[in-house]
Each structure stands twice: as C-alpha cells, then as structure tokens.
Design a protein around this ligand. Structure first.
Ligand SMILES: *Cc1c(COP(=O)(O)O)cnc(C)c1O
Length: 232
C-alpha cells in the first residue's frame, strides 16, 4: 500500500505550498485522515507516514478500530451523525466530536463524559449552505446553543464544522467556508475557546485553507475510493 504514503506526500506538499501562498502557517493546520470504510492496515500505513489523527463516522466502526489499534498513539475524531444511544461508545474513544448540533446530544455527551472523568471536546456542525439533506444548524440558531451548552461542564465547544454543498462551483464553496469563518470570528469574542474551523475535504481543502480552516478532514485523496459495502 505504498500509494497511501505517496498520496500523503503529495497532499502535505500541496497544503504547504497553499498555506504559504495565502500567508498562513502550516503548523496551524491539522490534517485528519478520514479512515471510514478502510481497514486498519490502511490506517497503519498512514500512521507510519506520521499521521496521528484519524476520523470515523460510525460508532461501531470507531470502537472496533480503536480496539484493534490500541497500541498506537492515535487521536480519534468522530465526524458522523450522532445517535444518542451510541454516545457511550464514542466518548471514551474520541478526542473530538465534530458533528454535534442538538442540545440532547450535548446533554448525553456531557453525561457520559462525566462518567469517564473527561471533558469532551466538541465542534458544532453548521449548515451554511441550507441544503436540507445536511445536518447542522443555521447561523441564527448558534447563539442559543452556545448559551445552553454553558450548562454542561463536561463538554467544551472548541470550534465549528461544516461541509460544502455538492457542487464544482468554487465561488459557492468559498462562500460557505468563509461564511463559517465569519461566524467563528463573531462568536470567538464571547467564547474564546471557539478556535477551530473543521472544513475541507478531498475535493475542496485548498479552498478551505484560504478561508482559515484549522482542521482538514481528508479521506479518499489519501486512501482511495471508498467501497461502502465492505465498510465496518
Ligand atoms: C467522508 C467524510 C469526509 C472525507 O471525505 P473525502 O471526500 O473522502 O475526503 C470528511 N468529512 C466528513 C463529515 C465525512 O463524512
């Protein structure tokens, strides 16, 4: 699986060149390898290259892989839809949960995190494009959720996450990503922990870098095409 290292070399080089071009620092960007549907052998290959952050979108799959890779120093991220009955599997493993946007999810995460003596870092998923098929809340709903979340001591909101709409139109994608940054910049005054911007996938990460992304979630450009039938 040499291709994984080759892909990572290419991607990290592109990220470096592009961050310089837009006057940002490469160190401010975290590359998260999205390993959903790929076996632990793929993860080990990326790990050997130096990737320490991996993301999964299914609780069971996360659990299984974390168990198989327990001797590796991996920082796990959860990026999938949250089912409250699965939160008990996610919290003990995930350093970050990117896809939170309902109070009942925050309440459940808080409850489980308390049991594990942990403060769970989460990001609020925003639906900037307004597509109905996407999760997340609108800009108008954020203020209230941030306020409500202050009641939960074992949850720390560290940033915002979004996904670009399904389009090739770079201008539309850029509006979404830079829109997320504007929201972050507005609320960080009141909520100084709200630093991270989780945005940018295989097809749009260079645009996300231009808009201030701090966490890139890249899957297929690293590991290849996904086959959902064989996923865990
Ligand atoms: C699958 C997934 C990614 C990675 O997508 P690629 O196009 O393979 O890079 C990023 N973020 C989320 C939330 C995902 O579900």
């Amino acid at each position: 699986m040499e291709f994984i290292k080759k892909n990572l070399e290419e991607i990290t080089q592109l990220i470096k060149t592009h961050t310089e071009k837009v006057n940002r620092s490469y160190e401010d960007l975290l590359l998260i390898a999205v390993s959903k549907t790929f076996s632990v052998e793929y993860i080990k290959e990326a790990y050997d290259y130096g990737i320490k952050h991996f993301a999964e979108n299914k609780a069971q799959e996360l659990r299984k892989k974390a168990e198989e890779l327990k001797d590796y120093e991996i920082n796990w991220h959860f990026i999938g839809r949250i089912q409250t009955n699965k939160v008990k599997y996610i919290v003990p493993i995930a350093e970050y949960i990117h896809s939170v946007y309902r109070e009942k999810e925050i309440a459940e995460i808080d409850k489980i995190a308390k049991k594990h003596n942990k403060v769970q870092k989460i990001l609020i998923e925003m639906n900037i494009s307004g597509e109905e098929t996407k999760g997340g809340i609108s800009k108008n709903e954020l203020e209230e959720l941030l306020k409500v979340a202050e009641n939960y001591n074992n949850v720390k909101i560290v940033g915002l996450m979004t996904m670009a709409p399904y389009t090739d139109n770079k201008k539309i994608i850029k509006n979404v990503f830079c829109g997320l940054k504007d929201i972050r910049d507005k609320y960080i005054k009141l909520y100084p922990d709200l630093k991270e911007l989780s945005m940018g996938m295989s097809n749009d990460y260079l645009i996300a870098i231009e808009c201030g992304s701090t966490m890139l979630r890249i899957g297929s450009s690293i590991f290849g095409k996904r086959n959902y039938n064989t996923g865990g």
